[in-house]
Each structure stands twice: as structure tokens, then as C-alpha cells.
Design a protein around this ligand. Structure first.
Ligand code: ADP
Ligand code: MG
Ligand code: MG
Length: 256
């Protein structure tokens, strides 16, 4: 059983112009995610959802100014990005990066080596990757292509789920995994996430703007995220309410 615990987290984002003051984005986030639980974080654009995922993953542009993040009591904020991955944290980014000149197969093997602490035996590895790619309906030719280079939105997201499948993290953060997916890709990606959940009993933090993906991946808990904070938490019925009424009620509550 693994527990990711976020307490009163405040995060500033460094602006591109390094002379400019950092912007205060996260304003006291509290959240606990345990193995086997799926938490959906839902909020309007610009509310700080990606900032939360980057802060957990340890992106250097996102500075934690106060609060804590722990994984089974261990201080995540003290860990390097690699150490976080080895500890079992995984982030599928909203905008996955392209890595020209590095093939998918090399990239995945390096990532697996970093997370597992030793290089997977080549024969096993080739089989493992092949099976995972088949399940995700990824064409075998992708293993020789450069990471994410020229991939469509759907292909990038499948690749993220391929990493999830191979790296088997304890807690997976999926940032807008549904964005830009057609219905077929959404189904394949969701099935991959659900398989991960079943096989690894992983904890999932599913960040999304739309309720559509929640028809495929059932959350146990739904959190409404507005202006850098969780403003309401509930069960799956909260997502239904958002589907019906949008975020209006929460925005007005904040202003008033
Ligand atoms: P969401 O994922 O909910 O759409 P983000 O976390 O991406 O929200 O952004 C929250 C706010 O922080 C936005 O106002 C955004 O413009 C700002 N922001 C995020 N990252 C940066 C950055 N690297 N530089 C400047 N502003 C940023
Ligand atoms: Mg956004
Ligand atoms: Mg975002």
C-alpha cells in the first residue's frame, strides 16, 4: 500500500523573463492518493492543474514555497527527478516532449533501467515492449522512431501509456491524457490505464478538463480545482454535476 500525501502545497512558477517576479499559482493544495484509488482533478483552464503535476514530478521551474509532498512518509521534495521516478512516481505530461535522435526503444529501455535500478535483460525486454505495444495498438515501427517526433496527439498519449505499462509506477499522474484524442484512441488509452490499475493496484491522479474520459476511467474521488486550490471533493456524482453545470458555481463562489 502506497500513499502520496500533499499538504498545504504552495507553488510559484518562474516566468520566462528571469527578472520578472515568480507567479504564485498553487495556494494550499491538500490531497491524499492511495494505491488502488483513482482521483480525478477537474478544473478550468489556467487553474493550476499542470502546475500541480509538475510540482509533484519535480520540474525545476516550479518552486514549492511551502507545504509538503510525501510518499509513504518520505519527503518527495528532497528527491531529485530521477529519485522520484525510482520511488514510484510517474507523470504523463499534458504536452509530451519530443526527443529527436533518440529512438523509442532506447528511450524506454533507459527509463526502465533508471526506474528498476538495472538494465532489463534484452530478450525479456523486447518481448515485454512488443506485448505492451500490441495491447495499446501501437504499430511496431514506432520503436525505431524518435521519441514523440512527428507523433500525432493520439500517438503521443499512447506512448505515455506505454511508459506507464512498462515502468509500473506506484502512483501515476495523468495530465489531460484525454486531450486531442478521438473516440478510438480514447478507448485504447483508457483501457491501458485501467489495465495498469488492475495489474499494479496503482494509485491514479487523473487531471482533466472534460468529463468525457470519466466514462472510461471511473474515479473513486472527484476534486474540483479552481484558482490553485481544491475547492470541493466528492464522489463520481460530482463529475456528473460538472458535466451538467460546468465550473460556473465554483467560480462565482470564489469571487463572492
Ligand atoms: P491548467 O493546467 O489548469 O490549465 P497551469 O498549471 O498550466 O493550469 O497554469 C496555471 C497558471 O500558471 C496559468 O495562469 C498559466 O498561465 C501560469 N503558468 C503556468 N506555467 C507557467 C510558466 N512556465 N510561465 C508562466 N506562467 C505559467
Ligand atoms: Mg491548461
Ligand atoms: Mg494543464
Amino acid at each position: 500500500m502506497t500513499t502520496l500525501e500533499i499538504r498545504d502545497l504552495h507553488v510559484d512558477v518562474a516566468q520566462t523573463d528571469s527578472d520578472a517576479e515568480p507567479i504564485h499559482i498553487l495556494k494550499g493544495v491538500n490531497l491524499t492518493v492511495k494505491s488502488g484509488e483513482t482521483h480525478a482533478i477537474m478544473g478550468p483552464n489556467g487553474s493550476g492543474k499542470s502546475t500541480l503535476s509538475y510540482a509533484i514530478a519535480g520540474h525545476p521551474k516550479y518552486q514549492v514555497t511551502s507545504g509538503s509532498i510525501t510518499l509513504d512518509g518520505e519527503d518527495v521534495l528532497e528527491m531529485s527527478v530521477d529519485e522520484r521516478a525510482r520511488a514510484g512516481l510517474f507523470l504523463a505530461m499534458q504536452y509530451p516532449v519530443e526527443v529527436p535522435g533518440v529512438s523509442m526503444s532506447n528511450f524506454l529501455r533507459s527509463a526502465a533501467t533508471a526506474v528498476r535500478g538495472e538494465a532489463p535483460k534484452l530478450r525479456h525486454w523486447v518481448k515485454e515492449v512488443k506485448e505492451a505495444m500490441t495491447e495499446l495498438e501501437i504499430d511496431p515501427s514506432f520503436s525505431e522512431r524518435s521519441v514523440n517526433e512527428g507523433f500525432s496527439g493520439g500517438e503521443k498519449k499512447r506512448h505515455e501509456i506505454l511508459q506507464l505499462d512498462l515502468l509500473k509506477p506506484k502512483i501515476a499522474i495523468l495530465d489531460e491524457t484525454d486531450s486531442g484524442l478521438d473516440v478510438d484512441a480514447l478507448r485504447v488509452v483508457s483501457e491501458g490505464v485501467n489495465r495498469y490499475k488492475e495489474r499494479e493496484n496503482g494509485g491514479i491522479l487523473l487531471i482533466t478538463h472534460y468529463t468525457r474520459i470519466l466514462r472510461y476511467i471511473k474515479p473513486d474521488h472527484v476534486h474540483v480545482f479552481v484558482n490553485g486550490q481544491v475547492v470541493q471533493s466528492g464522489g463520481p456524482e460530482l463529475a456528473d454535476e460538472l458535466e451538467e453545470n460546468g465550473y460556473e458555481r465554483f467560480l462565482t463562489a470564489k469571487a463572492g
